[in-house]
Design a protein around this ligand. Structure first.
Ligand SMILES: [Zn+2]
Length: 316
């Protein structure tokens, strides 16, 4: 009897504790993962957009809107990334905590200016050092939600990202200088290009709202042919058709370029795989780019050894 009472009390306590676990919904996986790493068990963090979903074109369903409404806090990148979702975020965000991470880390940051109507490139996660600046405001928001002890986890994760940043730079530097050109479908790699010393050539602009035109393809083909690039890349969130059209235009010009592989530009890979994490996404992109362009990636850094072991990954 006494045992039963205790068990019931424990069950009640358990329920109360579970009910208090704050729910955080982030628009894209790259943001959800950083928040989840910092939160540990103290908050439930989920991403609204899964693998392969293009945030520029995302249109929320009624179920998506309900998920946002049921959250205690909303995280989004802003700076025009989420396209049509922005109006919903504005509305739903009025009566709950929200954090637009782009504007939050913009101060003192040299964001890439653009001449489209957005005015700034929103693909901030492509520079690991820049993206690690999201850790502090996320830790602050989680502390506001009642998460104690986020600081040690935030510090561990910041150290991992610092090591990752160095490794990406060393990997790109291992590509023969003349081949350090990254040809992709849309303009998602501007921060990557700037941070790690590679030239970006994109078929389309920053958003994916319109397909590459024949003129875009022709112009890009001339550019790529002039650079003598060995490989071009497709993206997980974008139809590979335009990149195939580019390869064909290059063949017409007597230049054969390889398909270097698929890059994760605006979404993580599948949950339960290394690429379903921010670190794994950047690792996979860097390996794909470095190897396709003729470089040998350096040794995986020691501060990320535990991360790799957790996924059963050896040295690249
Ligand atoms: Zn994009």
């Amino acid at each position: 009897m006494r045992y039963l009472v205790l068990a019931t009390a424990t069950a009640l306590l358990g329920t109360a504790a579970a009910a208090e676990t704050p729910r955080v919904v982030a628009t894209v996986g790259m943001l959800a993962d950083v928040a989840a790493q910092v939160a540990g068990d103290c908050a439930e963090v989920e991403a609204l957009m899964g693998p392969g979903i293009d945030p520029h074109l995302f249109q929320p369903t009624p179920a998506d809107v309900r998920r946002l409404q049921q959250a205690d806090a909303l995280l989004y990148v802003g700076l025009g990334l989420e396209g049509q979702l922005a109006t919903v975020l504005d509305r739903v965000g009025r009566d709950r905590r929200t954090l637009a991470i782009g504007p939050a880390i913009a101060e003192g940051t040299d964001l890439i200016r653009t001449d489209d109507r957005y005015g700034v490139d929103p693909h901030l996660w492509m520079d690991v050092s820049l993206w690690s600046r999201t850790i502090a405001p996320l830790a602050e928001l989680l502390a506001d939600l009642g998460c104690a002890d986020v600081t040690p986890r935030a510090e561990v994760y910041a150290n991992q990202l610092a090591a990752l940043h160095g490794w990406v730079g060393a990997s790109i530097a291992a590509i023969p200088e003349g081949s350090r050109v990254l040809v992709t479908a849309h303009d998602a790699f501007g921060y990557f290009a700037r941070a790690y010393g590679i030239t970006e050539i994109a078929l389309q602009g920053l958003t994916t709202k319109s397909e590459a035109s024949i003129a875009d393809i022709r112009e890009t083909a001339d550019d790529v042919a002039a650079h003598g690039v060995p490989a071009v890349f497709v993206e997980s969130t974008i139809n590979p058709r335009s990149i195939e059209a580019l390869r064909e235009a290059l063949r017409d010009r007597g230049h054969s370029v390889e398909l270097g592989g698929q890059l994760y530009s605006d979404a993580l890979g599948d949950a339960g795989t290394p690429e379903g994490t921010y670190i794994g996404m950047i690792r996979a992109n860097t390996l794909t780019i470095t190897q396709a362009l003729g470089g040998t990636p350096p040794e995986w850094p020691e501060p990320l050894a535990d991360w790799a072991a957790q996924w059963g990954l050896g040295n690249p």
